[in-house]
Design a protein around this ligand. Structure first.
Ligand code: G3P
Ligand code: CA
Length: 251
């Protein structure tokens, strides 16, 4: 018997609400996904904030790099109306606000936290994130992921028992070797590459999750193969298809 494939809500439920905002996380929680995924950057004055891009341009009414803006500047931006006019007034959450939100929600699933150090260097951000999480004494589990191998190594050194995943486009032999060495525990591979490699759909593929799976045919294939998890923008669809294929017979 295989385990159920985990459903991970990518940047909250970004198909229905502005990504990486509290309304998007709240919308995702209504479906009780196995994990919430989100991204962390740092402002010019040292505050951790929840946003995907290095720049605020795509998801707010502002322009510029997060690293060049103060928290006050970040908080003055509207991060909702680009998605939906009625969402005007939604702001980029600080990491503190996000963690406090999880507490108010009695969150008990897993937080998939991406350390966004793949394009901008934020020296010391790994320790700041781990310290902040520890300060909240979460009841839930945290899984750290990054495209930046160095960030993963730092997390492993700071917290040897942490759950860590490498974000990759495709799991090369070096990626498997690093996993075997214990640098990380899981491999999170791009579905655009993964779906062209049928051999990866070995059952059970206990260490592999894939992003970003929004297509129903891909979902069906993955749920049938029993991959560890899918990271998706389409939380409702994934929940429905998983129930159809994996039902309640799996743990
Ligand atoms: O969780 C996987 C996925 O979030 C990685 O890509 O660019 O959406 O952060 P990205
Ligand atoms: Ca991410």
């Amino acid at each position: 018997m295989m385990n159920k494939t985990q459903i991970i809500a990518h940047r909250g439920y970004r198909a229905v609400a502005p990504e990486n905002t509290l309304p998007a996380f709240e919308a995702a929680l209504a479906y009780q996904p196995d994990m919430l995924e989100m991204d962390v950057h740092r402002t010019k004055d040292g505050h951790l904030v929840v946003i995907h891009d290095e720049k605020v341009d795509r998801t707010t009414n502002g322009t510029g790099f997060v690293k060049d803006m103060t928290l006050a500047e970040i908080k003055s931006l509207d991060a909702g109306s680009y998605k939906e006019p009625k969402m005007i007034g939604v702001t980029i959450p600080t990491f503190d606000e996000f963690l406090a939100f999880l507490r108010t929600q009695n969150f008990e699933q897993t937080l998939m936290l991406e350390i966004k150090t793949d394009h901008v260097a934020y020296p010391g951000i790994e320790k700041e994130i781990l310290d902040k999480v520890d300060a909240y004494q979460p009841k839930y589990h945290v899984l750290y992921q990054s495209f930046n191998l160095n960030s993963l190594k730092i997390v492993r050194k700071l917290q040897p028992n942490a759950d860590i995943a490498a974000l990759v486009y495709w799991a090369t032999p070096i990626v498997y070797w690093l996993k075997w060495r214990g640098v990380f525990d899981y491999i999170h591979s791009d579905i655009r590459v993964l779906k062209n490699k049928p051999n990866i759909f070995w059952r059970p593929n206990v260490h592999m999750r894939t992003w970003t799976v929004d297509n129903e045919a891909d979902m069906r294939r993955i749920f049938k193969a029993g991959l560890r998890g899918i990271i998706t923008n389409q939380v409702a669809l994934a929940t429905k298809i998983r129930q159809e294929i994996q039902g309640d017979e799996h743990d």
